[in-house]
Design a protein around this ligand. Structure first.
Ligand SMILES: [Fe+2]
Length: 181
């Protein structure tokens, strides 16, 4: 992977939120344009395609803090449970294949609080190549990859492995604090 292209992408995204809070209009819209430009740089798509996505790959960022650019993949059908990203924002950008993204509203239980939780589905979107979906803090969502292979880039405001966030069980009607990896 060409480090220079990654550094330019990261710098470009950080510039978007230098004087503004992360939002749909800066990260969501302009960040998506920047990632599309990044993918058009020579060699980038080939380098991404060659990555082993058994686990998430950190493309850019320091473990533990600060913005992260991650690469994920699904080669078999996958379905994740609803979760939030705590206080972090996130951009899910589709590189290839499709992510079925569901968002939820919590109708029982306090925002960001573990314990009893009832979720109501708000929206379901198929995120397709070149497109992305932006989430502000504490937006509850789940991903599905019913028709692999799929590859996506996830940009987060901080390293989620070190952030307190919630994972939800629809069956058990509860939210638990996500264990650190
Ligand atoms: Fe997520």
């Amino acid at each position: 992977m060409n480090e220079q292209h990654l550094n330019e992408l990261a710098a470009g995204i950080m510039t978007l939120i230098e004087d503004e809070d992360p939002s749909e209009s800066n990260i969501g819209v302009r960040g998506t344009v920047l990632i599309n430009e990044f993918l058009r740089q020579p060699g980038v798509e080939e380098s991404l395609a060659a990555l082993d996505v058994e686990k998430k790959v950190r493309l850019w960022g320091n473990k533990g803090s600060g913005m992260q650019i991650l690469f994920h993949g699904a080669d078999t059908p996958k379905k994740g449970s609803p979760h939030d990203h705590g206080q972090s924002w996130a951009l899910y950008f589709q590189v290839s294949g499709m992510t079925k993204m569901t968002t939820y509203k919590r109708v029982v239980g306090g925002s960001g609080q573990p314990g009893e939780a009832v979720l109501e589905k708000v929206d379901e979107t198929d995120v397709t190549p070149g497109n992305a979906i932006f989430f502000g803090p504490q937006v509850i969502h789940s991903t599905q990859h019913p028709s692999p292979p799929a590859r996506w880039i996830r940009v987060t405001g901080t390293d989620l492995d070190f952030a307190e966030r919630l994972r939800f069980s629809i069956e058990r009607k509860e939210a638990v604090i996500e264990k650190k990896n």
